[in-house]
Ligand binder design. Structure first.
Ligand SMILES: Nc1ncnc2c1ncn2[C@@H]1O[C@H](COP(=O)(O)OP(=O)(O)OP(=O)(O)O)[C@@H](O)[C@H]1O
Ligand SMILES: [Mg+2]
Length: 365
């Protein structure tokens, strides 16, 4: 469903001209939302910069939609406040918040043509018919649906309907865009294509965008920053690179990609940094090298940690080989790019695993 909410003061046509694309800063200050005794969102604080693309990522039930609904004004906080461009919106109802919203099921008005779906929010603003038509034409071209204006939503594919939903959220030029699992209903190929589309729209319009997803790859591809949620709370907020490379908790390390936790019973923990109390050592599977036990030592051997183990299983995954190697009671996952002439190890073979001490990360468990 796309909802278009009107500005506190209806904007004059000149103010919503195509050059008026402005974005807003959002501050969420210590917000909690209780349903009975259950905190769907707890002690949530976050500042979203103007023009930023921020993704809220987390497993099912972690509070992502609730956080977005709080922002949209469909749900009121039990505690805390939300500021947009420095002003509290506590008393501003959802229909008066200037935000474009796209929900997962992109429910377009089924009885209206694509063109009429896009015109609707503009009509709500009292925009003249000629200006409406001009804007709709431009937006249809922008989302590659120039020849689809007279179709009904039921005559469109899922990806096309999703593009209409995005166009409808954008057409009134709201400073904020809220997207809840916008690509959740699409198959993998189409999702990737639409990710590119969303990215291009963001580059062009620079709306402050908050996108909710449980898809890690989508979050890593689209976002300037990602908020990882767990059980209503923020676990970590960072850039995609930092979250992947420097997760602070075991949950984040496992949620974004695969992580080998090196239990001290099976590994001597050697890292460049000292291990902080209450943490475990972690290494990403693509940072582990696998060789024959008798392979000559590398030039940088003194920077490395080396351990022997036995291959438990090997999987081909397209351009990758994925090994599971047993070391003591632990299973280490190794992911390596397939290159020509490279040795393949079979289940049962003895191998040596190596990694750079500087690639070890410590995460709280
Ligand atoms: N209206 C409601 N009444 C009671 N509990 C609710 C309500 N809405 C959400 N919850 C609870 O709050 C928690 C967070 O729900 P929310 O919908 O925000 O999760 P989510 O992260 O969006 O999950 P999903 O990925 O499945 O969409 C859940 O435990 C849910 O059961
Ligand atoms: Mg949800």
């Amino acid at each position: 469903m796309t909802v278009y909410a009107r500005s506190p003061t209806p904007l004059a046509e000149a103010e919503v001209s195509d050059t008026s694309s402005v974005s807003a800063q959002i501050e969420i200050c210590d917000v909690t939302k209780l349903y009975g005794t259950v905190a769907a969102v707890k002690d949530f604080s976050l500042t979203v910069r103007r023009g930023e693309f921020l993704t809220i990522l987390g497993p099912s039930g972690s509070g992502k939609t609730t956080a977005l609904m709080l922002l949209a004004g469909f749900v009121a906080p039990s505690k805390g406040d939300i500021l947009i461009s420095g002003r509290s919106v506590a008393a501003v109802p959802s229909y008066r918040r200037d935000q474009g919203i796209v929900f997962q099921n992109y429910a377009l008005f089924p009885h209206l043509t694509v063109r009429r779906n896009l015109e609707f929010p503009l009509e709500m603003r009292g925009m003249k018919a000629t200006e409406r038509a001009r804007r709709v034409d431009r937006m249809l071209v922008r989302v590659h649906l120039k020849d689809f204006g007279d179709r009904m939503p039921s005559q469109l594919s899922g990806g096309q309907q999703q593009r209409v939903a995005l166009a409808r959220a954008l057409i009134g030029d709201p400073p904020i865009l809220l997207l809840d699992e916008p690509l959740g209903a699409l198959d993998r190929n189409l999702r990737e294509q639409m990710q590119g589309e969303i990215k291009a729209l963001h580059r062009e319009f620079r709306k402050t965008t908050i996108c909710v997803t449980h898809d890690q790859e989508e979050a890593l591809t689209l976002s300037d920053r990602i908020v990882v949620m767990r059980a209503g709370r923020i676990e970590q907020t960072d850039t995609p690179e930092a979250l992947y490379d420097r997760p602070t908790t075991r949950f984040v390390a496992n949620f974004l990609g695969e992580a080998n936790i090196l239990e001290s019973r099976d590994f001597k923990i050697e890292a460049d940094a000292a291990q902080p109390l209450g943490t475990v050592a972690m290494i990403r599977p693509e940072r582990v090298c696998i060789t024959a036990p008798a392979a000559p030592k590398r030039a940088d051997a003194d920077l490395r940690h080396s351990v022997t183990g036995k291959v438990d299983d090997m999987l081909y995954a397209g351009p990758l080989r994925k090994y599971q190697v047993r070391v003591g009671r632990s299973l280490v996952i190794v992911r390596e790019q397939v290159a020509s002439g490279q040795q393949t190890f079979r289940a049962g073979e003895e191998v040596r695993l190596e990694w750079l001490r500087s690639d070890i990360r410590f995460v709280t468990s």
